[in-house]
Design a protein around this ligand. Structure first.
Ligand code: PLP
Length: 438
């Protein structure tokens, strides 16, 4: 497969489909961040590769924003889904065997999760976590970190980095919300414990929860200091607020037990999703039994509803994916080593070419900040050259390497990527960055 081709690729067929889509979907897509230009549509995916409608191939680091963790058309997931089709379809009554198996599996691998609920998307998991935290504490405010993304629900739809990037005060991110719903969310700075302390001082006994991506991958990879995560844990406990780890990206990706396994800090509630289903819509939220008991329809005080929650197909996909990751711990050593190989190689290229950039990441993820100096929190990211970031990824896409064409966003190494893939990527990056300088 010639994915290194620099010759112009044809996009006629995928463009034609995009035009049909524009007639029926607002903006031609079903999620705002999918409107990216060519290629417009894919026809096939195998392992680490995607093929577009015109037959061009791409090494896939976008990975559906991180959902495709094993790779496309993973045999173990496809087989499990096929097998699930011989049992019950959706019933909306009681539980299914697959649902219970998934609950048992998730509670056995996520250190802080004694009980869980299974839903269909990360946004739903987050919305439930916030509702539960407010119900338990009887408090109104939520604290999130600048640049953190937690899905589309009202309380968290603010202070998300936008394609404009310098959207520090660009709030809220959507029309149609009641002011109170997003203004009840306070913003702190990542890796800055004092900024969280200050909010507890100015809102005494009013903060229900602090929600954090343990590694904010929505702005690349800000790795927390150990002091920071431990400090947040201690502070929330002292202040009677819940600590919510949003492990929708980090969960199952960096370790089978998520970042909480790596940092050894126990949140009260955890949200997870994306990678757990290798592409199927499935997510969850869990934590201590005494907290989760509020969802018990007999005697609990927090509503839990959802027609498709725990549906057999998604559960089958998630059982297969999570079991695969649990039973193949070399997945983590391999993807982490490939991540290191890519980051080291890209750093050398940047240095060779004299480009002011930071190559960051954790495990099998990598991101590039086009700026000078060291990044420890969100503020420094405001200096990122967003145009260069997007241009870098766009040019890599044109050469057959699919990356999220948004500033700061991470790229993902899946279980199907190889050393040869990484080396080929580095060669293409060297060419692209050379061209960008001239
Ligand atoms: N939380 C985090 C950390 C995310 O990155 C995302 C999605 O990107 C979500 C929550 C929302 O998940 P979903 O898109 O499945 O609703």
């Amino acid at each position: 497969t010639d994915t290194d081709a620099t010759a112009a690729r044809s996009h006629a067929k995928s463009k034609a489909l995009a035009e049909r889509a524009e007639a029926v979907f607002p903006g031609g897509v079903n999620s705002g961040t999918r409107r990216n230009g060519s290629p417009y549509a894919f026809a096939d995916g195998r392992g680490g590769y995607l093929t577009d409608l015109d037959g061009n191939t791409y090494l896939d680091y976008h990975a559906a924003f991180g959902a495709m963790i094993i790779g496309h058309r993973a045999a173990e997931v496809d087989d499990a889904v096929r097998r699930s089709m011989s049992g019950v379809d959706l019933t909306g009554y009681g539980v299914s065997e697959l649902e219970v198996q998934l609950g048992e599996l998730v509670t056995s691998v996520l250190p802080s999760v004694e009980q869980t609920i299974i839903v269909n998307s990360g946004s739903e998991a987050v919305a439930y976590a916030i509702r539960l935290a407010r119900a338990i504490t009887g408090r109104k405010y939520l604290v999130k970190f600048q640049g953190g993304f937690h899905g589309w629900s009202d309380p968290v739809a603010r202070n998300v980095i936008s394609p404009k990037e310098r959207a520090y005060g660009d709030d809220p991110i959507t029309a149609g919300m009641l002011p109170d719903s997003w203004q009840s969310t306070l913003i702190a700075e990542f890796n800055d414990l004092e900024s969280v302390r200050e909010l507890f001082r100015t809102h005494p006994e009013q903060i229900a929860a602090v929600i954090m991506e343990p590694i904010p991958h929505n702005v690349g990879a800000l790795v927390p200091t150990q002091e920071f995560v431990e400090g947040i844990r201690q502070l929330t406990t002292e202040q009677g607020a819940l600590l919510i780890f949003d492990e929708v990206i980090t969960g199952f990706r960096h370790a089978i037990g998520g970042y909480q396994e790596i940092c050894g800090v126990t949140p009260d509630l955890t949200t997870y999703g994306k990678a757990m289903g290798n592409g199927y819509p499935v997510a969850g939220m869990g934590g201590r039994r005494d907290l989760m008991q509020h969802f018990d329809a007999a005697g609990g005080d927090v509503g839990l509803l959802g027609t498709f929650n725990g549906n057999p197909t998604s559960c089958a996909a998630a059982i297969a994916t999570v079991s695969y990751l649990r039973d193949n711990p070399d997945f983590y050593t391999r993807t982490h080593a490939l991540g290191e190989r890519l980051r080291t190689g890209l750093r050398e290229i940047m240095a060779d070419k004299g480009i002011a950039a930071q190559v960051v990441g954790f495990g099998g993820t990598f991101s590039t900040y086009f700026l000078d100096g060291v990044v420890s929190g969100y503020r420094e990211l405001l200096d990122n050259n967003a145009i260069a970031s997007v241009q870098f990824h766009r040019r890599m896409i044109e050469r057959g390497f699919l990356m999220i064409p948004l500033a700061l966003k991470r790229n993902h190494i899946s279980g199907s990527h190889t050393e040869a893939d990484i080396d080929r990527t580095l060669e293409a990056m060297s060419d692209v960055l050379g061209d960008m300088r001239s």
